[in-house]
Design a protein around this ligand. Structure first.
Ligand code: AMP
Length: 213
């Protein structure tokens, strides 16, 4: 399966990406994670991206498109892939569509996760993750057994630098202006599948596995 995940920040893209990539045995490609990795290593790409990320703004299209094309040229996508956090603008969507058509790897589904702003704010401000294994928690909805520590390996949980209310508001505004129009883009292409992301994780996953075949 070749699919992309759409939806506002905090709609559950990261969480569902993990379940979907395991179920379909495909790599989960998150542009946000790729950027954070580069920021952490202090690469030129990371340094350039950081200024935008800290403000909750989008990294320029040209930079992100190059990053994704490069990633989609690796061998491990033969079985499919799941893009998370890309595309986020019409220019990115068009570039991806053309690249996939030209390379004989057309996208099967655009998976749209829908959630209202109030829920998003709680999900994002409560979000914590394990720097060691990547497991995601939420202090309101899915707290770890021991406060501040991962259930799996005990590592101290961390919060993303851009998971604060001020930045969330900006990220949501950017989503509405730049990314929401992609719902229509993929509807017209005939590959849009929408899911109600206010439902609990297990229920949604079951629905997804039944729908995305
Ligand atoms: P995410 O983890 O998907 O929420 O991404 C974190 C940040 O990385 C975003 O707020 C952007 O600054 C940047 N970013 C990730 N993906 C993209 C993209 N497709 N286009 C532009 N910026 C992106």
């Amino acid at each position: 399966m070749r699919a992309i995940l759409l939806g506002p920040p905090g709609a559950g893209k990261g969480t569902h990406a993990v379940g979907l990539s395991e179920h379909y045995n495909i790599p989960h490609i998150s542009t946000g994670d790729l950027f954070r990795e580069n920021v952490g290593k202090g690469t030129p790409l990371g340094l350039e991206a950081k200024a935008y990320m800290d403000k909750g703004e989008l990294v320029p299209d040209e930079l992100v498109i190059r990053l994704v094309k490069d990633r989609l040229s690796k061998d491990d996508i033969k079985n499919g892939f799941l893009l998370d956090g890309f595309p986020r603008t019409t220019a990115q969507a068009e570039a991806l569509w053309d690249f996939c058509e030209e390379n004989g790897i057309p996208i099967d589904y655009a998976i749209d996760l829908e959630a209202p702003y109030e829920l998003i704010e709680k999900r994002i401000t409560g979000r914590r993750s394990c720097p060691k294994c990547g497991k995601i928690y939420n202090v309101f909805f899915q707290p770890p057994q021991v406060e501040g520590h991962c259930d799996i390996d005990g590592a101290e949980l961390t919060q993303r630098a851009d998971d604060n209310v001020e930045t969330i508001k900006n990220r949501y505004r950017v989503y509405e202006e730049e990314t929401a129009p992609l719902i229509d883009f993929y509807r017209k292409k005939g590959i849009l599948k929408s899911f109600d992301s206010t439902k609990d994780i297990d229920e949604m996953q079951k629905e997804m596995f039944e729908t995305l075949v």
